[in-house]
Design a binder for this molecule. Structure first.
Ligand code: SAM
Length: 272
């Protein structure tokens, strides 16, 4: 079940009810969830469920579920399983035929996408980038031509370096948004190109304070000239061994261009 990412007022009434009636609350950090329960005036048994003990906890939690108890799974903030523990337990419960129900609510990735003003019809959640520079750049390199908006969680101390690497690999002029401390007192949303945001992150210490989501617009379609050059390149290779009609059919499939256009181009590229 989801809990607030900052503002307690975002706890859904149904989330409160489920917490109040749970047989046990499986929490990423029992101290933190204990504080949440206390603020809600609730008292429930808590067990820890975090990345280091989740596998070990499964049998005892499944026994409680089989005995008819409700187990509420809660992470430190937001939605469990989204860059947070819970996957192993949910998977085990599904496999054991135990009903798993959701209490949806806050999620930083969705909150950021909803204020970024970048395309939201299709987006990719990338979670945290690797902390080591070489691995981070390799991950970003694989996203270079991704046309959907990209959503990253980022640690404050790595924000400037990550934005620099994004500008270097995805393009200096790509539009992006840094959303920090959403729903909290210092909520701020910074808009700009990746280069502008990277430079600002170096000069403005406030920008890297607190919890941060970065949203980056997807790659735009290659310009027509690039697409035409690519079609020619593919056709030239295919025409070495295939007649124009077959070369055009394969080129159309490989490049996404129209078959008739490829055929016309194949005819003009054909050796006389
Ligand atoms: N499960 C959580 C969710 O549903 O969003 C995310 C957990 S992940 C361990 C924590 C990361 O989420 C933070 O490092 C930050 O990138 C992002 N985050 C969480 N709360 C945030 C907030 N209020 N504003 C901006 N980003 C936040």
């Amino acid at each position: 079940m989801a809990t607030p990412i900052g503002n307690l007022g975002d706890l859904a009434p149904r989330a409160r009810e489920v917490l109040a009636s749970a047989g046990v609350v499986a929490a990423e950090d029992t101290r933190r969830t204990g504080q949440l329960l206390a603020r809600l005036g609730l008292e429930r048994p808590l067990v820890s469920l975090h990345e280091h003990n989740e596998r070990r906890r499964i049998d005892s939690l499944l026994s409680r579920l089989h005995a008819g108890e409700d187990v509420a799974v809660v992470s430190d903030a937001g939605t469990p399983l989204v860059s947070d523990p819970g996957l192993l337990l949910v998977r085990a419960a599904n496999a054991a035929g135990v009903e798993v129900r959701t209490v949806p609510g806050p999620c930083a990735a969705i909150a950021a996408i909803s204020v970024a003003g970048l395309p939201t019809d299709r987006f990719v959640f990338e979670g945290f980038l690797p902390s080591r520079a070489a691995a981070r750049r390799a991950r970003l390199d694989g996203l270079r031509s991704e046309s959907r908006s990209l959503v990253f969680y980022e640690a404050p101390q790595r924000l400037a370096d990550s934005l620099d690497d994004m500008a270097g690999t995805l393009g200096e002029t790509r539009r992006a948004v840094v959303a920090r401390e959403l729903t909290k007192l210092h909520e701020s949303v910074y808009h700009g190109t990746l280069r502008e945001l990277a430079d600002r992150a170096r000069s403005d210490p406030d920008m890297s304070r607190g919890e941060i989501v970065v949203v980056v617009e997807g790659a735009s379609a290659p310009p027509a000239a690039t697409a035409a050059a690519e079609i020619d390149r593919v056709l030239r290779v295919l025409l070495k061994t295939l007649p124009p009609s077959q070369a055009a059919a394969i080129a159309a499939e490989l490049t996404g261009a129209g078959r008739n256009a490829c055929y016309a181009r194949a005819m003009s590229l054909r050796e006389p």
